[in-house]
Write a protein that binds this ligand. Structure first.
Ligand SMILES: NC(=O)C1=CN([C@@H]2O[C@H](COP(=O)(O)OP(=O)(O)OC[C@H]3O[C@@H](n4cnc5c(N)ncnc54)[C@H](OP(=O)(O)O)[C@@H]3O)[C@@H](O)[C@H]2O)C=CC1
Ligand SMILES: O=C1O[C@H](COP(=O)(O)O)[C@@H](O)[C@H](O)[C@H]1O
Length: 503
């Protein structure tokens, strides 16, 4: 485990190479995150930022672009140096990822960075590109000898979705390991960089009171919701290829599930934590087709009202087919078939253009075994619930019953609350700061191992296969601004339950 002192020191000298430098991720997340890191003295002084993209630009043009992006997306504490300070280390390499000449130019830029910025030959290659480009870039880097570590470390950060299904994820893993050691590969999932997600491990394993009840004897079921108000935001071309399950469920949501359901690791060593995550995901058996039809719901939004404004339906978004069959909503009922969780359903739901942004986990406990308050007229007692609110509100709440003051017994639902606001305002962050710093110090704990990615695909690939074989006659089947199709509520109603959070 990386020492706390190491975490507070700047990352190691390096060239940060962003493939896809003019894309949405680099602009909205990576540049602002680096800028935030710099404001917190966590960037190495010996840093070069090299953008690689197709557009014709020179260093000065890209510098202006990077400065504007960093400024727009980051919030600087008072007294932090201005953005231009950060961008003095910015350079640009123009080229197509499929063209070997791009890597020859990049090689020159790296040599220049080592000389001008003292990067010690270290390089972090960030693949902020459409997933279809990952293999070509790794081949290009290896072909130009840029993955060799004889003159400094070379690390490759691979974005999600990692593959399209189990077979393509395996093929990509094989390609990566032909060119790189596993220790050079950082498969990123930005949800693991969020404060509240990191807190899940602390909450479970630093508080002895929850562990004894964290199992099928006491837990009735678990719900995970990742609701977005946003639509596809100009990423229609990407989204048509991905869909909600590849974009959110296979990665972010199964990570949340793994953190809730995994066994305590024997240590916090990255491998020990990753082993437990893989084990719990492997305990979710792939679904048979009839199970997919019964336990999985898909949806696509039509036009509607979100945040008071009328928004177009998914099929009207730029880059989307007017007959698109791509899902923008999914709800799944999963079973973790192990000793701890047998018989406890895990309900997952996520969607674009829902009524509001809301990511939360609800652990619903069993009802008390005896209705002691029947005589006082209380016929049914709501079960206790533990809600872990991840965004936008960051809090942990326990819902329980208390007696309302006064004569007689009147039970009232009350909340025991912990809000992150108690720590004071959280530093503004994109979620990428911690993860980028981790790569610069070589800490892989919050990154996925090959088997973890494959275990996640093993769960969702049968769902995608069945859906691909079905006609999508009923799309769109929910209005933008609603909480998904009616079948989502029915999935729980069938089991005598309902969504605990929003909707
Ligand atoms: N955007 C987001 O919020 C998030 C994105 N991600 C992941 O990050 C990755 C990038 O996403 P995003 O930034 O949205 O994608 P974009 O489509 O916005 O950006 C991709 C960039 O790659 C460039 N590019 C594509 N093909 C080539 C090529 N052959 N040669 C040179 N340049 C090329 C594009 O250049 P050009 O402009 O010339 O087409 C574009 O600048 C994806 O894997 C996505 O899943 C993950 C989490 C969040
Ligand atoms: O990975 C992705 O995540 C974002 C949602 O991230 P959040 O941190 O705002 O919750 C999602 O909008 C995007 O489609 C997806 O690619």
């Amino acid at each position: 485990m990386t020492s706390p002192a190491r975490r507070l020191r700047p990352g190691e000298p390096c060239a940060f190479v962003a493939f896809g430098a003019m894309g949405d991720l680099t602009r909205r997340k990576l540049l602002p995150a680096l800028y935030n890191l710099q404001a917190n003295q966590l960037l190495p002084r010996e840093l070069a930022f090299i953008g690689v993209a197709r557009r014709a630009l020179d260093d000065a043009g890209f510098r202006a672009y990077a400065e504007a992006a960093a400024r727009a997306g980051a919030a600087r504490p008072a007294g932090a140096p201005p953005a231009a300070d950060f961008t003095t280390c910015v350079h640009y390499v123009q080229g197509d990822f499929e063209d070997p000449a791009t890597y020859a130019r990049l090689s020159d830029a790296l040599a220049h960075a080592a000389k001008e910025h003292g990067t010690s030959g270290n390089a972090l290659f960030y693949l902020a590109t459409p997933p279809g480009e990952f293999s070509a870039i790794v081949r290009g880097l290896a072909g130009a000898g840029l993955t060799r570590q004889d003159a400094g470390w070379r690390r490759v950060v691979v974005e999600k979705p990692f593959g399209r299904d189990l077979d393509s994820a395996r093929a990509l893993n094989r390609e990566l390991t032909q060119a790189l050691d596993e220790g050079q590969v950082f498969r990123i999932d930005h949800y693991l960089g969020k404060e509240t997600v990191q807190n899940l491990m602390v909450f479970r394993f630093a508080n002895g009171m929850f562990e004894p009840i964290w199992n099928r004897r006491y837990v009735d079921h678990v719900q995970i919701t990742v609701a977005e108000e946003l639509g596809v935001e100009g990423r229609g071309g990407y989204y048509e290829q991905a869909g909600l399950v590849r974009d959110i469920v296979q990665n972010h949501m199964l990570q949340l599930l793994a953190l809730v359901a995994m066994e305590p690791p024997s240590t916090l060593a990255p491998e020990a934590v990753r082993n437990e995550k893989v084990k719990v995901l492997e305990a979710i058996r792939p679904m048979e087709p009839e199970q997919v039809l019964r336990d999985c719901v898909r949806g696509q939004y039509g036009a509607g009202i979100v945040g008071g404004a009328r928004v177009p339906g998914y099929r009207e978004e730029p880059g989307v087919s007017p007959e698109s069959r791509t899902e923008t909503f999914a709800a799944l009922r999963l079973q973790v078939e192990n000793w701890r969780w047998a018989g406890v359903p895990f309900y997952l739901r996520s969607g674009k253009r829902l009524a509001r942004r809301d990511t939360q986990i609800s652990i619903q406990f069993r009802r008390p075994p005896l209705l002691l308050f029947e005589e006082a007229g209380v016929e049914q007692i709501d079960p206790n619930r533990l809600d872990i609110l991840i965004q936008p509100e960051e809090a942990i709440c326990i819902s329980m019953k208390a007696k309302r003051p006064g004569p007689g017994i009147v039970l009232e639902q009350v909340k025991l609350d912990f809000s992150y606001a108690q720590f004071g305002p959280l530093p503004p962050a994109t979620g990428y700061e911690r993860l980028l710093h981790d790569v610069m110090i070589g800490d892989a704990e919050l990154f996925h191992r090959a088997d973890l990615v494959e275990a996640s695909w093993r769960i969702v690939t049968p769902v995608l296969d069945v859906w691909a074989s079905l006609p999508a006659r009923d799309f769109p089947n929910y209005e933008a601004g609603a909480w998904g199709p009616a079948a989502s509520a029915e999935l729980l109603a069938r089991d005598g339950r309902r969504w605990a959070g929003p909707g």
